[in-house]
Design a protein around this ligand. Structure first.
Ligand code: AMP
Length: 408
C-alpha cells in the first residue's frame, strides 16, 4: 500500500476527470459502493476456487461478529447494490461506472500493490453484441483521450454453461495425451475448472498447450453468431483487436465474450484491463437473471503508462502572496479571498517573518510569480510582483490583480 501525492496523483486526477467526462457522455452514472462487503458476496461471485478468495482477501470478523472483506474488486459490490436497490427489476438498461480502491494481499511485484485502484463500467439488462461494442468503444475513447496509441484488444468467446461441456470433453482428451507436461495446479484445474488451464502462467504449461482445441470451434449456434457479430462491429468501428483462444474467464457465470488489453509499455505479461460478459452473476448473487457486461482497468498501471508516454503531469504552482507585517497580513487575507472567489489560483504565505525566508521557500517550491504586499504597497494601493525566472520586478494596481493573474 502506498501514499499518493505529487506528480503521480496528478495523473490519477487527470485519468479520473477523463473517466467522468467520457463515461457520462455515454449515459453511464457513477456508483460508489462500500469498501467492506460481506464475505459471502465474493465467495459467490469471484468464486471459492479463485486465488483472490483463497489467498488474497483482507478478511476479518467485525465487532458485530460478521465476516467481512475489504473488497478485492468492485463488480461484486455493484451487482450486490443493484440487486439490493431493486434496480434490475425493469427491462431498462442500467449503466454504471465506478472509480475506487481495491485490496488484495498479493505477492510484492513491480506495478502490483495491495491497495490499488480500478476504474470499471458495468452494463446490465442488455445481451446484444451491440451493447458490448458500445462499452468497448467507450473504453477505447477513454484510452485514446488519455493519449494511448498502441491499443489492441484481445478477445475470445467462452460460450455458455450449456455449450461448454462439449469443449471440456475435447480439451480433457487433449490434456490426457500430454498430462505429464502440465503442472500440479493444472492437474487440479482440469478436474474442477478446465478453462483455467488455458491461462496458467507457467511457461511449460503454455508450451504444452500448443495445438489445443479452441473454444470458439465448440460454440453453440447463438454464441457463434454473437461472437461473429461483435467482431464485425469492432471491424466497422475500426477498433483494433485480435482473437486470443487462450483468453478465458474461468467461472460458470461468465458467458460468451471475454477480453483484455495488454499494454506493450508494461512488459509482455501485464494486463492493463480485463472484462467480459457475465450473464449468470446477478442470479448467482440472489437477484433476477439479467444479462451483464463489464470491465475493470487498473488505475495505478494506467498512470504508470501515461507517465512513460507523456512524462510528469504538467503542474505550475500558483503565485505566492507574501505579506510583510500585521497590517499587510490582514489585507493579504482579504485580497486572497477576493482572488480565490474570482477563481484565481494563489498560495498565501501565512507564517509571517522575513521576506528573505519566504523568498527562499518560493524558490524551493518552484513558484514563478511572487506577490509582495508591504506597508509601502498598502499605502500606494499596489502589489509588487517578482518574476522568479528573470528576477524582474513590477508594480500591479490592487484592482487589476484578478485580471492580471488570470492572464498571466
Ligand atoms: P482483475 O480484477 O484481476 O481482472 O484486474 C483488472 C486490472 O486491475 C488489471 O488488469 C490491473 O491493471 C489491475 N490490477 C489488478 N490487481 C492489481 C494489483 N495488485 N496492483 C495494481 N493493479 C492491479
Amino acid at each position: 500500500m502506498r501514499d499518493l501525492f505529487g506528480a503521480e496523483l496528478r495523473w490519477f486526477q487527470h485519468i479520473e476527470e477523463t473517466a467522468h467526462r467520457v463515461f457520462q457522455r455515454h449515459g453511464y452514472g457513477e456508483i460508489r459502493t462500500p469498501i467492506l462487503e460481506e464475505l459471502e458476496v465474493f465467495k459467490r461471485s469471484v468464486g471459492e476456487s479463485s486465488d483472490i478468495v483463497n489467498k488474497e482477501m483482507y478478511q476479518f470478523t467485525d465487532k458485530g461478529g460478521r465476516e467481512v472483506v475489504m473488497r478485492p474488486e468492485n463488480t461484486a459490490g455493484v451487482v450486490r447494490a443493484a440487486i439490493q436497490h431493486k434496480l434490475l427489476t425493469s427491462n431498462d438498461p442500467v449503466l454504471f461506472y465506478y472509480i475506487g480502491q481495491q485490496f488484495r494481499y498479493e505477492r510484492m511485484q513491480a506495478g502490483r500493490y495491495r491497495q490499488f485502484w480500478q476504474i470499471g463500467a458495468e452494463s446490465f439488462g442488455v445481451a446484444t453484441p451491440e451493447s458490448e461494442a458500445e462499452s468497448l468503444l467507450m473504453l477505447y475513447s477513454f484510452l485514446q483521450e488519455l493519449g494511448l496509441k498502441q491499443l489492441r484488444f484481445s478477445i475470445n468467446s467462452v460460450g455458455t454453461p450449456a455449450s461448454r461441456p462439449a469443449f471440456h470433453a475435447a480439451f480433457r482428451a487433449f490434456f490426457a495425451e500430454r498430462a505429464d507436461r502440465f503442472c500440479e495446479d493444472c492437474h487440479r484445474r482440469i478436474e474442477s475448472n478446465p478453462l483455467r488451464v488455458l491461462d496458467c502462467k507457467n511457461e511449460r504449461c503454455q508450451a504444452a498447450l500448443e495445438g489445443h482445441p479452441v473454444i470458439t470451434d465448440h460454440l453453440d449456434e447463438a454464441s457463434a453468431q454473437h461472437h461473429a457479430r461483435l467482431k464485425a462491429l469492432l471491424t466497422d468501428l475500426s477498433i483494433p483487436f485480435e482473437e486470443n483462444p487462450r483468453l478465458v474467464r474461468g467461472l460458470d457465470y461468465y458467458t460468451r465474450t471475454a477480453f483484455e488489453l495488454l499494454s506493450s509499455d508494461l512488459g509482455a505479461q501485464s494486463a492493463l484491463l480485463g472484462g467480459g460478459r457475465y450473464d449468470g452473476l446477478t442470479k448467482h448473487l440472489g437477484g433476477p437473471e439479467v444479462p451483464a457486461f463489464g470491465w475493470a482497468i487498473g488505475l495505478d498501471r494506467l498512470a504508470m503508462v501515461l507517465q512513460q508516454i507523456h512524462g510528469e503531469a504538467s503542474f505550475t504552482p500558483p503565485a505566492l502572496l507574501i505579506p510583510l507585517g500585521d497590517r499587510a497580513a490582514t489585507a493579504a487575507l482579504k485580497l486572497a479571498r477576493q482572488l480565490w472567489d474570482a477563481g484565481v489560483a494563489l498560495q498565501l504565505e501565512t507564517r509571517g517573518g522575513a521576506l528573505k525566508k519566504a523568498m527562499a521557500s518560493a524558490n524551493r517550491l518552484g513558484i514563478q510569480t511572487v506577490l509582495i504586499l508591504g506597508e509601502g504597497e498598502l499605502d500606494g494601493g499596489t502589489v509588487t510582483v517578482k518574476h522568479m525566472a528573470t528576477g524582474e520586478q513590477e508594480s500591479w494596481p490592487l484592482g487589476e490583480m484578478a485580471s492580471k493573474l488570470a492572464s498571466h
